[in-house]
Every structure is written in structure tokens, then in C-alpha cells.
Ligand binder design. Structure first.
Ligand code: FES
Length: 116
């Protein structure tokens, strides 16, 4: 097994990595072909597949920018859908009423881990 091998639980990032933008995108799978992101909001950490329920496109256009200007909702930058950070529910936009696909994550040893 190489150091880069993918096995669960899998370390995504340090919790401190979420401070700059509140979120961090990551690639996972074996081979790596899925994109997800983790976020920290109101003291909780969540993880989602980075695919908007509208057209399946990534929410961010680049970098780790997932929140709207107010920092309260997740923004799909393609067509403006807005999602609640803690449950991924879309409150506005073309996929209102749908939800982001949640990933099972855990926080341990000051790091965020993908568990399932
Ligand atoms: S792809 Fe997200 S709102 Fe259209």
C-alpha cells in the first residue's frame, strides 16, 4: 500500500484548513474521480459530494469558495442555487427542495476524515 492509497477512513484535511474560506474541496475514490467538499459552520463540520442537484455541476467554480457573500448559505455559482450548510437542503434556485448528497465524515486528531 502506498502512502497515497485510498482507504477508509481517509484523511481529507486539517480542521485548520477550513478557516480561510470555511470550506475545502477534495478529490476521493480509487481511482480518484469524485469530488467532495467539507465545511465548518456554526461549530459543526459537514461533508458533501460536490455536485449540484440541478445539473450535477460542481458548486464552486474554482478554489474553496462555497459560501455566499454573507457566509450563511452554500452557493452554486453556476445558476445561483442556495443550500443550508448543515443539511444541504436547497432553499432557493432551480433545484429548490432538493439536497446535496451528504458524506459521512468525522473530526479526529484535529483532522477531518471521510468515513464512508
Ligand atoms: S448547476 Fe447548480 S444551480 Fe444549476
Amino acid at each position: 500500500m502506498t502512502a497515497d492509497a485510498f482507504a477508509l477512513p481517509w484523511r481529507i484535511c486539517a480542521v485548520a484548513d477550513l478557516e480561510a474560506t470555511g470550506a475545502k474541496e477534495f478529490e476521493f475514490g480509487n481511482p480518484r474521480r469524485y469530488w467532495g467538499f467539507v465545511l465548518r459552520w456554526a461549530g459543526d463540520v459537514r461533508g458533501y459530494v460536490n455536485a449540484c442537484p440541478h445539473l450535477g455541476l460542481p458548486l464552486n467554480l474554482s478554489g474553496d469558495h462555497f459560501f455566499d457573500a454573507e457566509g450563511k448559505l452554500l452557493l452554486c455559482r453556476m445558476h445561483g442555487a442556495l443550500f443550508r450548510p448543515l443539511d444541504g437542503f436547497c432553499v432557493s434556485g432551480p433545484c429548490a427542495g432538493a439536497s446535496l448528497q451528504r458524506l459521512e465524515i468525522a473530526v479526529r486528531d484535529d483532522a477531518v476524515w471521510l468515513c464512508a
